[in-house]
Design a protein around this ligand. Structure first.
Ligand code: AHM
Ligand code: MG
Length: 341
């Protein structure tokens, strides 16, 4: 009989060297997995139910809220507020910090999440995902949680991961000890270890960027993207372009095959001068995963995980993926900055 490993077994094995581990993190992850299974169930029958399309509302980001976005957000909040190990949550869909109601036990973990990333793709049956990151509250817990408790830089993450609702449903996560992938076996309802210790190839062959925005980029960003389209690069030939427009799917593919994903700053919308992606809900968890897999994540110049957030829904440019490819972009920005001085 084939030996299978569940997420909890895998976590327990990883915690073997930490005999004092309290089991609170395991409880947190177990509950999050249940929320993801419920979301997965709805996503997989999306065409059959009245769950496609928008709710008619616009979220804190000024974007149309999809019905499944709203469903996923509510499922995660309802399940996670009762788990007894959290003191707060942050969702891409909610303007403010979500406090844990007083009737439920409080803990010292903080869950930051994007309930359904890539939701603009839902109606076309393209893979979408849930992204999460977990922090520990710093300092005492005598008072209610404050915004500054939550505004931690990405290097403070205790764990990060994503669920991808695709041709199969997967959980990919890290607790700072490598990146591990689990595939949902629907016949037993468990995520089973399928991709232990994922390593992103050091050199990619794929670049992923929304090239339709070229006219809105600054000359250095155009030069950086041109590097991957030209023959004058590490491969000596153009990279392949793959862009799904669903961050989880684009990064998951690059994690497996190698490659670089870019969402640079552009001048499309003066209200979003630093690109579209959110530092806390999207860039930080993906950066921790990719770094743990041996890759890199920058905003072009700085390491994503070192950026101190000033606000919950702060946006950042993102350049993430195979080490050599990210370094090539960093060099292009550094040369341009040196010339401008
Ligand atoms: P969302 O959080 O509203 O779904 O937006 C984020 C998504 C990412 O999944 C993806 O990388 C990006 O938006 C695509 O944006 P664009 O359509 O501008 O290329
Ligand atoms: Mg998102």
């Amino acid at each position: 009989m084939r030996q299978v490993t569940t997420v909890v077994e895998h976590l327990l094995l990883q915690q073997k060297e930490r005999p004092l581990a309290s089991g609170r993190f395991t409880r947190l992850l177990t509950e999050l997995i249940l929320a993801a299974k419920i979301i997965d169930r709805e996503v997989s029958k999306a065409g059959l139910l009245d769950v496609l399309g928008g709710t008619g509302e616009v979220n804190v980001q000024g974007e149309m809220v999809q019905k499944l976005d709203d469903f996923a957000n509510r499922v995660i909040i309802r399940r996670m507020e009762r788990v007894g190990v959290l003191c707060a949550m942050v969702s891409e869909e909610n303007a403010d910090v979500i406090e844990i109601p007083h009737q439920y036990p409080q803990g010292d973990y903080i869950l930051v999440f994007d309930p359904l990333d890539g939701s603009a793709n839902i109606d076309a049956n393209v893979s979408i995902g849930t992204i999460f990151s977990i922090y520990r509250r710093q300092g005492g817990s005598a008072t209610g949680v404050t915004l500054s408790d939550v505004l931690q830089k990405g290097s403070m993450q205790v764990a990060a991961g994503y669920f991808i609702y695709g041709s199969s449903t997967m959980l990919v996560y890290t607790t700072g000890n490598g990146v591990h992938g689990f595939t949902l076996d629907p016949s037993v309802g468990e995520f089973l270890l399928s991709h232990p210790d994922i390593r992103i190839p050091e050199q990619g062959k794929i670049y992923s960027v929304n090239e339709g925005y070229t006219p809105y980029w600054d000359p250095t960003t155009r030069k950086a993207v041109e590097y991957f389209r030209s023959c004058d690069n590490a491969l000596g030939r153009p990279y392949s372009l793959r862009y799904i427009g669903s961050l989880v799917s684009d990064i998951h593919r690059n994690l497996i095959y190698g490659g670089i994903f870019l969402y640079p700053a552009d001048c499309r919308d003066p209200k979003k001068p630093t690109g579209k992606l959110r530092l806390m809900c999207e860039a930080n968890p993906m950066a921790m995963i990719v770094e743990q897999a041996g890759g890199m994540a920058l905003d072009g110049r700085r390491r994503i995980l070192d950026i101190e957030p000033d606000e919950l829904h702060q946006r950042t440019p993102l350049v993430i993926g195979s080490k050599n490819d990210v370094l090539a972009v960093q060099r292009i920005y550094a040369e341009a900055d040196a010339e401008a001085r």
